[in-house]
Design a protein around this ligand. Structure first.
Ligand SMILES: [Zn+2]
Length: 582
């Protein structure tokens, strides 16, 4: 680098903060440091952590300057407002101060590096400054033995020594080191702060950058000032003297036009495949990268999902007023289920588009798939439509008159009184005393329920699979045994029923005339439901879109409703605000 006036200095370097006042978005840390300096309680070691570009090394240098600054007149003490003009301040700013040693933990990871750079010199007094300061960047990269060597000094550091560590991965720093440092978490810069910062610098540079362009730069920088400034540097160069607009910045970053992607999202969610295809085609013709469009779709899907949970998210300063309104509107209209489904499909589509020989074709296929799925009603709605549809074809196996017929679309066997059951023609008269005890067993179903209630699993299975009911009246069961039926089924059933009801039951075996077993009926019902589902136009639409789709399970509307009720969160006190500060 040269000091010649003609030399261009990149913005990130030119506007690198020189004092705590220049640090943007880190107010909490600055306040704490100020208090410590004023109380003359400067920690022995600092640990600065945060994502890349939040100013960790810059902050480390400012702290070093503050500790060693002697003021313009050479008589000042440690300060949070380093003067920037005294010899120590200038030497530190230029990384040439003999008592301020900077070490890169990423490249100097071994115990030998620590010994050479730190341990060998740590006991000597600083040659010119107040403190000897060791700045170790990316400290988490040090080897275990290097950490151990460092630890001895950290435990009992000489009074003239200070350490400043910086790291992007705090979890990799041993707790023994953590516990000996004052820790500062450098935060991502909030979008509002970043936009204002960029605007200020653009103004000082005499460059005109449109507000929506600044918003796009801010979004792309993801909270890193350094990245934001580098991007703005390029953007201004792209603008070549005139105003730098959103379009140039988007082109520079390879981003899709958010407004148009919102249009596309609308069409997809309406299930309008034709219009969605022509929209993405138009964007492609205008130079949009298909991958960027899908990525933007995914980002919007995420954003809208978050707005559904917390409506404040719509006030994203990197989104224009029009986008915010549309985001809110979509959050109102779209079901969370559709959004999560869309998200999953987009993740998959992004992979496909990235590896497809023709990205646009892959993107178009993804859009077609998305429109099909977005258009599908949620499963509970699908089942409701199925229930309203004409009843399924009758189950293949016949059912005896006494067995309740399967209800179309219904899930479980329903207990239903059999009309005239109690006065069945062939049944002998039942004693009056028994009549009361048997009153609650109108139908054979209730007998099965009794077995279930008494938890006799073996009997239950034998009855469900081995018993073909021929005739039933309360107190009297006639059945034809299925092949699998155990020989003692009749005797065992009679004995148990007598025990449980206190009334004698006549259980007899017939050679023919039995209906389907309960298990067979149940299977037939689920087959019928499955057939109805398979035959339903919605399922056929699914088939067309996903030829390999299989029905894995069918849940009736009642089941879904019951499940939803069980999962519903308890109501929360209205006053409770999860985002309130404590
Ligand atoms: Zn100074």
């Amino acid at each position: 680098m040269t000091d010649a006036p003609a030399a261009y200095q990149v913005l990130a370097r030119k506007y690198r903060p020189a004092t705590f006042a220049d640090l943007i978005g880190q107010d909490a840390m600055v306040r704490t440091l100020k208090n410590a300096f004023e109380a003359d309680r400067i920690a022995q070691a600092f640990l600065l952590t945060g994502i890349r570009g939040t100013g960790k090394t810059t902050t480390a240098r400012i702290i070093a300057k503050g500790m060693n600054c002697i003021g313009p007149d050479g008589t000042g003490g440690p300060t949070t407002q380093p003067c920037g003009v005294c010899e120590p301040c200038r030497a530190i700013a230029e990384s040439r101060h003999v008592d301020v040693l900077e070490m890169d933990g990423a490249s100097q990871t071994g115990v030998g590096d620590i010994r050479e750079n730190v341990l060998n010199s740590v006991q000597y007094a600083p040659s010119s400054a107040r403190y000897k300061i060791y700045i170790i960047d990316e400290v988490h990269m040090l080897s275990t033995s290097a950490f151990n060597a460092l630890l001895k000094t950290l435990e009992e550091p000489p009074a003239h020594v200070k350490f400043i560590f910086a790291t992007t991965e705090i979890r990799k720093v041993p707790v023994t080191v953590l516990s000996r440092c004052q820790r500062f978490d450098l935060r991502r810069i909030e979008p509002e702060t970043m936009i204002a910062h960029l605007k200020g610098i653009a103004g000082r540079e005499g460059a005109v950058v449109a507000d929506d362009a600044l918003a796009i730069l801010t979004r792309a920088a993801e909270g890193s000032v350094r990245d934001a400034l580098s991007l703005m540097d390029q953007a201004i160069a792209h603008g070549a003297g005139g105003e730098t607009g959103a379009e140039e910045v988007r082109a520079m970053l390879g981003l899709a036009d958010r407004g148009r992607v919102l249009d596309l999202m609308d069409l997809v969610m309406q299930g309008d495949a034709k219009s969605a295809l022509s929209e993405i085609g138009a964007q492609y013709a205008d130079g949009a990268d298909p991958l960027a469009v899908l990525r933007e779709l995914a980002e919007i899907t995420h954003w809208i999902s978050v707005i559904k949970i917390s409506p404040d998210a719509a006030d994203d300063p990197t989104a224009g007023p029009d986008e915010r309104a549309r985001g809110r509107d979509m959050a109102d209209r779209l079901a969370m289920r559709s959004l999560t489904r869309m998200w999953q499909m987009l993740l998959k589509a992004l992979e496909e588009v990235a590896v497809a020989p023709n990205a646009m074709m892959a993107a178009e296929m993804a859009i077609i798939r998305l429109t099909h799925v977005a258009d599908l009603p949620p499963p509970e709605e699908l089942v409701r439509r199925l229930s309203d549809a004409p009843p399924a074809p009758p189950a293949p196996s016949g059912t005896s008159g006494a067995t309740p017929s399967p209800s179309p679309g219904g899930g479980s066997m329903q207990a239903r009184p059999v009309p005239g059951g109690r006065t069945g023609g062939a049944a002998p008269a039942v004693a009056a005393a028994s009549e009361t005890a048997l009153a609650r067993f109108h139908a054979f179903d209730q007998v099965v329920e009794l077995i279930r209630a008494n938890r006799d699993a073996k009997l239950l299975i034998d009855v469900e699979t081995g018993l073909r009911l021929v005739r039933y009246v309360p107190g009297r069961i006639e059945f034809q045994p299925a092949e699998s039926a155990p020989r003692d089924l009749a005797a065992r059933l009679a004995q148990r029923l007598q025990t449980w009801t206190g009334v004698r039951w006549a259980v007899s075996i017939a050679g023919e005339g039995g209906g389907a077993t309960i298990a067979e009926t149940r299977d037939a019902e689920s087959d019928a439901l499955r057939q109805a589902a398979e035959a339903h136009p919605m399922m056929q639409a699914v088939r067309n879109a996903f030829p390999k789709a299989r029905i894995l399970g069918i849940r009736t509307h009642d089941e879904v409703a019951a499940e939803a009720a069980a999962e519903a969160l308890p109501e929360v006190d209205e006053e409770w605000d999860p985002f309130a500060e404590e």
